[in-house]
Write a protein of this length. Structure first.
Length: 435
């Protein structure tokens, strides 16, 4: 985790202090469950909670023990025994390290998912506000980077809103995918621990029991989780690239907010660069890159190996912290985005009316001209305009083959900008609902 691209609440989920606190809760809940079924003394379980609940686990001490034991869970249990005393012998009864590690990892992923879902909610609110603000602001739609037909800026944002609504649903599903608990002992057979302990711990930790854990929780769950983060990151990049394109000097229909005192270039004082959305493009690449090793973690040897462990120690915090930061940054970009309707109109007019070519084409076909001839007539008048030789409406009115089929008024009607926006309300209703 790089502090530059981290936010405190998400970072805290992955701190050693949080991890050891979760480890303690898993072990303590398991001991309580064992006490309830008569395997360990209830007084011992109570003591473990009493002495450990508010304990501050010494990270440096645990690391020092691990330097000798070469085993992180044993190091923690040794330190816990120093805090709890003799009753600590009842901790970890019938459990294996993966029971603690995997259950903790899933708790952390669930908490991270909750923050990411909240991030998306904030982004959706910003997009919705700006979409309604510019619901009917005319702008040019582009295909292949070339002017196509008119749209509204609100429709651009409505598309982004719908996409992030889908991403929210994906995150909810990904959260459910990893919200499982394994307390099944060595190779997952429950030979030395009752399945009721797993059920108890799962409920206490807000998880569901893993149907079959084979000592480790199956990593297809985590592969889906990290793949989902990659999809969300791709949507972050998609919207970011739109902003970057709109901020290009030749377009300049929208741009990132430029604060007082901000500098765009060390060499050129005039520069206002889309640095935030360029940054988001880079961060999206990183989040996507974590999906592949998560998928490679699925194929473990037999009931378990630990080839996944080193991967997850990196991608767990890095992917969630990075995506959390990216979603927060994108929300700020959209919330403060500078939008220039006048420049949008100038760009709409830049091609001398060519953006209405399809309407003329359709009008000719409806007047009885074949589609092939209609296309030819429209194109032969469009190409001079493309080269900067006149405007489309004037050339069409001067073309006797066109005026043989359409009156001047009918040709002019094809240039009505509002015609393209008659279904904006329908689209907004589909995206945002009746409200």
């Amino acid at each position: 985790m790089i502090p530059r691209y981290s936010r405190p609440e998400m970072t805290a989920i992955w701190s050693p202090e949080t991890r050891f606190k979760i480890w303690f809760e898993i072990e303590a809940h398991a001991t309580t469950a064992l006490a309830e079924i008569g395997v360990v003394p209830k007084a011992a379980a109570d003591t473990i909670w009493e002495k450990g609940r508010d304990a501050v686990f010494d990270v440096a001490r645990i690391e020092a023990i691990e330097a000798v034991t070469k085993h992180d869970v044993i190091a923690f249990l040794t330190h816990l025994a120093e805090i709890v005393g003799p009753e600590a012998r009842f901790v970890h009864q019938g459990m294996t390290s993966s029971d603690v590690l995997d259950t903790c990892f899933n708790v952390q992923l669930v908490r991270a998912a909750d923050l990411l879902i909240a991030d998306v909610d904030a982004l959706l609110a910003a997009i919705k506000r700006r979409a309604f603000e510019h619901k009917m602001t005319p702008t040019i739609g582009r295909s292949h980077g070339i002017h196509a037909e008119p749209v509204t800026f609100g429709l651009k944002l409505a598309q982004a809103y719908a996409e992030f609504e889908r991403n929210r649903a994906r995150l909810v599903a990904a959260r459910e995918e990893v919200a499982t608990c394994a307390i099944s002992g060595a190779v997952g057979t429950f030979a030395n621990i009752d399945p009721r302990v797993e059920e108890y711990v799962a409920k206490a930790m807000g998880l569901s029991p893993e149907p079959v854990s084979t000592q480790v929780i199956p990593r297809d769950r985590h592969a889906m989780f990290f793949a989902t983060l990659g999809v969300v990151a791709s949507s972050v990049e998609r919207l970011s690239i739109e902003v970057r394109h709109l901020q290009r000097t030749e377009v300049l229909e929208a741009e990132e907010f430029f604060s007082e005192g901000q500098k765009g270039s060390s060499a050129m004082p005039h520069k206002r660069n889309p640095v935030l959305t360029e940054n988001l493009t880079g961060l999206a690449r990183m989040v996507r890159s974590y999906a592949l090793p998560a998928m490679e973690n699925v194929a473990l040897w037999h009931e378990r190996d630990i080839s996944h462990s080193s991967v997850e120690r990196m991608i767990g915090p890095d992917s969630t912290v990075t995506l959390d930061f990216a979603l927060g940054r994108l929300t700020g970009v959209i919330d403060k985005l500078l939008i220039y309707p006048e420049q949008m109109q100038r760009n709409l007019d830049k091609l001398g009316g060519l953006v209405h070519s399809q309407r003329v084409l359709l009008a000719l076909t409806q007047a009885g001209v074949s589609r092939e001839d209609s296309y030819r007539l429209v194109q032969r008048n469009a190409m001079p305009v493309w080269r900067g030789e006149g405007d489309f409406l004037t050339l069409l009115k001067a073309d006797t083959d066109v005026t043989a089929a359409l009156s001047p008024a009918e040709i002019e009607a094809c240039f009505d900008l509002g015609y393209h926006f008659k279904h904006v309300d329908t689209i907004f209703s589909r995206v945002f609902g009746a409200s």
